[in-house]
Design a protein around this ligand. Structure first.
Ligand SMILES: *Cc1c(COP(=O)(O)O)cnc(C)c1O
Length: 376
C-alpha cells in the first residue's frame, strides 16, 4: 500500500450548543496539555485522591465509592447495571426518552427482567405509574430512571422517585449524565443508590470519562452477588483495587492520565464557581434563551414545570427544513445545535446550554444566528 501523507488536524472553533459535547473551558484544554506522568507515580495517585473528593462535592455525597470510569457516560451506565443486576433480577425501568431504552437493553443483557414504565417523550416520569409498577412487582429489586433526559429536554423528580423506590424496598440506578452541575442533584439527601454521569455535558470537560458513585446499600448488593460480574473491565471490585487502598494500588488498566487532569481542572472550576451558582447560571441562561426564542415566535416543547434549563427542545416551525437550517448554522456560523431523535427527528431542535457554553454571549449569538438563518 502506498504511504499516505496527512498534515495535523486543525478543527475550527465551533460554538457547541447541542446535546453534548459542550464547549470545553480553555482552562481545561490547557490542563490537558500538561506533561504526562506515570499512572502509579505518587503525585498522580495524590491527584486521583483529590479527584474523588472533588467528585463527592459535585455529586453532594460522602460515598466512599465515588470515582471516574475511564470511558464515556454509556460505560458509567453499563457499570451500574453489570454490577447491580444479576441474572433473574427484576428491574423497573422508566422509559421517557432514548436513554431509558438503553437502560432496558442493559437489564436484558445482564440476564435480568425489565419491567417498563412508559411515558411520552418530552414528559417527566409519571410517579403514579411508577408506584403502580412497584406495587404490581413486589419482587423487583431495582428502579432505574433518567434524571435529565437529554433526548427530549425533560427533567424528572429524582427525589420523589428514590423515595418511592425505597418505600417498596428497591435500589435506584440514576442517569445523571446531563443533570450533574446543571440542575440540583443531591445524591445523599435524596438517597440515590447508584448514580452515573458524564464529563462532556455540564462539566464542560472532554468526552470519555464517566463519574459514578455507589452508596453502601448499593455496595452491599454488589458484595453479595452470587455470580461474577460478566464484564471484567467494569467489575467494581477490580476497579476499586486501583482507585482505593492506602499507598498501594493494584494495576487494573492505565488511567487516561491527561483526560483526568482535565476532569480535575473541570471540578476545580466547579468548586470555584460553587455548585449552587452553576445551577443558577444554567437557569438564568435558559430563561433568556426562552424569552428570545418566544420573541421570534418559537416555542419549547416540554411543559414548563418539567423543563431542563440545559437542554431546550424547540419546536421547528412548519415549512422550515431542519437539516438545511442546522447545516447553515454550522457552516456559516460555526454553531452546532442538536437534531431531534426518534419520533421528533425533523420536528425538534435541541439547543444545549451546558457548562461553559451556558453564557450570555452564546445565548445572544444563537438567537441572532437563528434569526438570520430563518429570516425572521
Ligand atoms: C450523553 C448521555 C449519555 C451517554 O453519554 P456518552 O458520554 O455519550 O456515552 C447517557 N445518558 C444521558 C442522559 C446522556 O445525555
Amino acid at each position: 500500500m502506498q504511504k499516505s501523507h496527512f498534515s495535523s488536524f486543525h478543527p475550527p472553533q465551533r460554538k457547541l450548543l447541542g446535546p453534548g459535547p459542550s464547549d470545553v473551558n480553555p482552562r481545561i484544554l490547557e490542563a490537558l496539555s500538561r506533561p504526562t506522568i506515570g499512572h502509579l507515580d505518587p503525585l498522580f495517585i495524590g491527584m486521583m485522591d483529590e479527584l474523588k473528593q472533588l467528585l463527592r462535592y459535585a455529586f453532594q455525597t460522602e460515598n466512599e465509592v465515588t470515582l471516574p470510569i475511564s470511558a464515556p457516560g454509556s460505560a458509567g451506565m453499563e457499570c451500574c447495571f453489570v454490577n447491580l443486576v444479576e441474572p433473574g433480577d427484576k428491574v423497573i425501568v422508566c422509559c421517557n426518552g432514548a436513554f431509558g431504552g438503553r437502560m432496558k437493553e442493559n437489564v436484558i443483557r445482564c440476564g435480568g427482567e425489565a419491567i417498563i414504565v412508559e411515558d411520552p417523550w418530552g414528559r417527566a416520569v409519571d410517579l403514579d405509574k411508577v408506584e403502580a409498577a412497584l406495587k404490581a412487582n413486589p419482587d423487583a429489586s431495582i428502579l432505574a430512571f433518567v434524571h435529565a433526559e437529554t433526548s427530549t429536554g425533560a427533567l424528572s423528580d429524582a427525589k420523589a422517585l428514590a423515595k418511592l423506590a425505597h418505600d417498596y424496598d428497591c435500589l435506584t440506578i440514576v442517569d445523571a449524565v446531563t443533570s450533574l452541575a446543571g440542575v440540583p442533584l443531591k445524591v445523599d439527601e435524596w438517597q440515590l443508590d447508584a448514580v452515573y454521569s458524564g464529563t462532556q455535558k455540564c462539566l464542560s470537560c472532554i468526552p470519555g470519562l464517566s463519574p459514578v458513585t455507589f452508596n453502601e446499600r448499593a455496595m452491599e448488593k454488589v458484595k453479595n452477588r452470587k455470580s461474577k460480574v460478566q464484564s471484567w473491565f467494569l467489575d467494581l471490585s477490580l476497579m476499586l483495587g486501583y482507585w482505593e487502598g492506602e499507598g498501594k494500588r493494584a494495576y487494573h488498566h492505565t488511567a487516561p492520565i491527561n483526560p483526568l487532569y482535565g476532569l480535575h481542572e473541570a471540578l476545580c472550576i466547579l468548586q470555584d464557581e460553587g455548585l449552587e451558582n452553576s445551577w443558577e447560571r444554567h437557569r438564568i441562561q435558559h430563561n433568556s434563551l426562552k424569552a428570545g426564542l418566544e420573541n421570534m415566535g418559537l416555542n419549547l416543547s416540554v411543559p414548563e414545570a418539567e423543563r431542563l434549563p440545559q437542554l431546550n427542545a424547540v419546536i421547528i416551525p412548519d415549512g422550515v427544513n431542519d437539516a438545511e437550517v442546522r447545516g447553515e448554522l454550522l457552516n456559516k456560523y460555526n454553531l452546532e445545535i442538536g437534531a431531534g431523535l426518534g419520533d421528533s427527528a425533523g420536528k425538534l431542535w435541541r439547543i444545549g446550554l451546558m457548562g461553559y457554553s451556558a453564557n450570555t454571549g452564546n445565548v445572544l449569538y444563537c438567537l441572532s444566528a437563528l434569526k438570520a438563518v430563518l429570516d425572521i
